[in-house]
Ligand binder design. Structure first.
Ligand code: AMP
Length: 426
């Protein structure tokens, strides 16, 4: 067999068939649920100025250091967005949403780009669904956002999602800066026992030592000081209130002192959703507060919180759960014998679609028998059968494709009514 000449670039994917259906379902349920919680859709460009990401994600993060797709078409340096928060906050400021004097709730979905080593659930072009709530420090909002993530997984049929929670404090001297120093002091005597990566990050991004995946580092991290035990009084109170509110919403969590999240802009509450079907890349989504980001990008100091869910990993978990594994069934398939009947069926299908039903017919000159086989393959719920002779009599046969379903020949005028009788909730 000939190999196709062109293939998708490593780390990118095509989505079609049942997986494509799952993708659509994941997005349409997000749109519905997020609207329900008061989020408005924002669409931002796929590329932005490189500085935006360097400034918001942080120069000493893996993403900015080695994973961004950056290009310079002229004198500008542009980058394909590696995540959605920076663009959403840029749009929030650019369009004066900060002047609306209230909480602004935005949601987005779309492709993100990171030059990572591709593996199961990790791609170079991947997709995220995310929400951002900008303008409130209320810990009840933290709980609402986290539980919204959990509700979403429930809605797409994914059970068994785990929730890890931590607080990494704020920028006040007595909070994260002091904790950072505490960590460095605790690590310094053993620095040589940590991996090369951790050693390199020791000065610039010591918190990342806590979530290093190397077993030796994980072991050493166990005995390091914990951020939730070293918060300033305000952050400690905030974290306790967020945890309580989460439990009140029926969302049990595991307090995980090693959860720090990779990006610089996080503060206070951070969280991650995990799923057992994912193996090594078990994070199915994550997020946190980013109280300093709006100010960092030139706005007033504005507390904010959000999450991003990985669509590829949602699809893996949906498949493992058997959610929507089959193609979305077609409601009506129109099979014909004869040219006049074929033409009439094309018109009838258009009318059925206009009436809100999904309808299709054969365009490849198949025999009636082959068309009926195709109707089966397409999971059609109902099949119309029309020959030139029936057309002349003004009749059509309507067949219920469910097991044991019957068929009836009715007047062409009564055909829609008959179809509705057959379709569930018709
Ligand atoms: P992050 O923006 O790194 O916090 O990622 C949020 C979520 O996006 C993760 O929990 C993953 O589900 C997903 N994700 C991040 N990076 C990738 C990637 N390279 N490929 C697929 N999914 C990813």
């Amino acid at each position: 067999m000939n190999r196709p000449q062109f293939r998708a670039i490593e780390g990118t994917r095509d989505y079609f068939g049942p997986e494509g259906d799952r993708f659509d379902k994941a997005l349409s349920l997000a749109a519905e649920l997020f609207r329900n919680y008061g989020y408005a859709r924002v669409r931002t460009p796929v590329f932005e100025g490189t500085d935006l990401f360097a400034r918001s994600i942080g120069a000493a993060t893996d993403i900015v250091e080695k994973e961004m797709y950056t290009f310079s078409p002229g004198s500008d340096s542009l980058t394909l967005r590696p995540e959605g928060t920076a663009g959403a906050v840029r749009a929030y400021l650019q369009h004066g949403m900060d002047k609306q004097n209230g909480l602004v709730k935005l949601w987005y979905e779309g492709p993100m780009f990171r030059r990572e080593r591709p593996q199961k659930g990790r791609q170079r072009q991947f997709h995220q669904i995310g929400v951002e709530a900008i303008g409130s420090p209320d810990p009840l909002l933290d709980a609402e956002i986290v539980s919204l993530g959990l509700r979403y997984y429930e809605r797409v049929g994914i059970a068994g999602v785990g929730l890890r929670l931590n607080s990494i404090g704020c920028r006040k001297e007595e909070c994260r800066p002091r904790y950072r120093r505490l960590l460095q002091e605790a690590i310094r005597p053993n620095l040589g026992r940590f991996c090369k990566n951790c050693q390199a990050r020791f000065e610039r991004n010591v918190l990342r030592t806590l979530d290093c995946k190397i077993p030796q580092c994980r072991e050493l991290a166990q005995s390091l000081p914990k951020s939730h035990e070293n918060l300033c009084p305000e952050c400690a109170e905030h974290f306790a209130a967020a945890g309580e509110a989460l439990l009140a919403l029926g969302a049990p969590f595991v307090l995980d002192p090693t959860l720090v999240r990779g990006l610089d802009y996080y503060a206070r509450t951070v969280f991650e959703f995990t799923h057992p079907a994912l193996g090594a890349q078990n994070a199915i989504g994550g997020g946190g507060r980013y109280d300093g980001l709006v100010e960092e990008l030139g706005g007033e100091a504005t507390p904010a919180i959000g999450f991003a869910l990985g669509v590829e990993r949602i699809l893996i978990a949906m498949e493992a759960a058997g959610t929507c594994a089959c193609s979305i069934p077609l409601q009506v398939f129109g099979a014909t014998r004869g040219k006049a009947a074929h033409r009439a069926m094309a018109g009838l299908a258009a009318r059925l679609r206009a009436a809100g039903l999904s309808a299709d017919l054969d365009y490849q000159g198949r025999s009636l028998k082959a068309q009926l086989r195709l109707a089966n393959r397409r999971n059609a719920m109902c099949c119309l059968i029309l020959g030139d002779d029936e057309l002349e009599r003004g009749e059509i046969t309507v067949k219920d494709m469910a097991e044991g379903g019957g068929q009836a020949t009715v007047s062409l005028f009564d055909c829609l009514e008959k179809i509705r009788e057959i379709l569930p909730c018709g």
